[in-house]
Design a protein around this ligand. Structure first.
Ligand code: AMP
Length: 355
């Protein structure tokens, strides 16, 4: 595609912190950003040239958005598939493709897709009744994790099933169509962040090592304590997914590293990712700038990491320590401008570089 000229407007669906950091990166390259969100006063809209507040299913509002922007991207994967379709029908160029979004929205479709292109996943089964759950437990065994197929994130919509007693009544507790996954006794969790341009060029960042608390990412460190073979497997998986969707933009895949050194894919995110926030200070091109470059048809930027990294999420009240964090010369502080520090809410992060 012809590279978008500086001064063009980039559209972002979603108003959260990922949209905010994408918008800041877009501004650095001379673009204007128009946010489309159903949330008034969103973190992203407060740093963007324009915001349209509307419902994701409002075709007229989406058509207005499509008219104002040269390309549309998303900052969260739960944008309804109809939204992307309505935008395309209104003449917008959308990246990444709605198919990638649709697959990533449903944990069963996602794992089926990954398996179909030869990427290892935990054993899994779709369950839409207690009887199907019991059947799946008989096949997959315990311990296992029951997750909602759709709209689960940061560990929400998940039940750990350790014993038969946990299985009784579990489907009703979940309350929505689910997926049962075998529990993976992993040694560590890693993620790969890669990007693909309209011309098919692919770049990737160093593998990130991630620690979760209560299902929410708490800490990312680099270099990951892994072998080159693991990086090779993760990269091959990312390339397969990028090519399968003719994908444009940044993509993340999260993996479990098993005791025998094999990699098992947990999930893919068709977007910039929390485990890549360190790239703002720690890599020559941040994941946010990379995504903007990719969707704008610009050359992809170098991904070289310049230091050892520790990224810490500030969850809920942790962001209240902002003045101590601001005084720490080793901590680069990012706050997302969210008005309320609810428990479990991502309020900001700090990145520490070790030279
Ligand atoms: P998710 O929302 O699916 O990414 O799950 C959040 C976290 O729960 C993951 O990062 C893991 O720490 C843990 N988890 C999820 N699925 C599994 C699994 N099949 N086996 C072991 N741990 C899991």
């Amino acid at each position: 595609m012809t590279p978008l000229k500086p001064g063009s407007t980039i559209g972002i669906l979603g108003g959260g912190q990922l949209g905010r950091m994408l918008s800041i990166a877009a501004a650095q390259l001379g673009f204007d950003v128009c946010i489309f969100t159903d949330e008034p006063d969103s973190p992203a809209s407060r740093v963007s040239a324009k915001t349209i507040i509307g419902n994701y299913l409002d075709d007229a509002a989406l058509a207005d958005f499509a008219r104002r922007v040269s390309v549309v991207t998303t900052e969260f994967e739960n944008v309804p598939a109809q939204t992307a379709e309505a935008l395309i029908a209104a003449g917008a160029r959308v990246a990444p493709s709605p198919q990638a979004l649709a697959v990533a929205q449903d944990r069963f479709d996602e794992k089926s897709f990954l398996e179909s292109i030869g990427i290892a996943t935990p054993p899994f089964a779709a369950v839409s009744s207690q009887a199907e759950l019991e059947h799946a437990v008989a096949r997959i065994g315990l311990p296992a994790i029951l997750k909602t197929r759709r709209l689960g994130y940061d560990g929400r919509g998940q039940l750990r099933l350790r014993t038969e007693a946990d299985v009784a009544g579990a489907y009703e507790k979940l309350g929505a169509p689910g997926i049962l996954e075998g529990f993976c006794p992993f040694e560590r969790e890693v993620s790969i962040i890669a990007a693909r341009g309209w011309d098919g060029a692919i770049v990737h960042y160093d593998l990130c090592e991630n620690e979760h608390a209560g299902g929410i990412l708490s800490r990312t460190t680099l270099p990951a304590q892994i072998s080159d073979a693991i990086l090779g497997t993760a990269l091959e998986a990312a390339q397969k997914v990028l090519q399968a969707f003719d994908y444009v933009g940044v993509l993340t895949i999260e993996f479990f590293v098993m005791p025998d050194g094999s990699l098992v894919a947990n999930e893919m995110a068709p977007r910039v990712h929390n485990s890549g926030h360190w790239t703002i200070e720690g890599a020559l091109t941040s994941q946010f700038e990379q995504h903007i470059r990719a969707i704008a048809g610009w050359p992809l930027g170098p991904t070289t990491r310049i230091a050892g990294i520790e990224m810490l999420n500030l969850i809920g009240e942790e962001a209240g320590d902002w003045s101590a964090l601001a005084a720490d010369p080793n901590a680069r502080l990012h706050l997302y401008g969210k008005r309320n520090a609810r428990a479990g809410r991502k309020m900001g992060h700090v990145t520490k570089l070790k030279f």
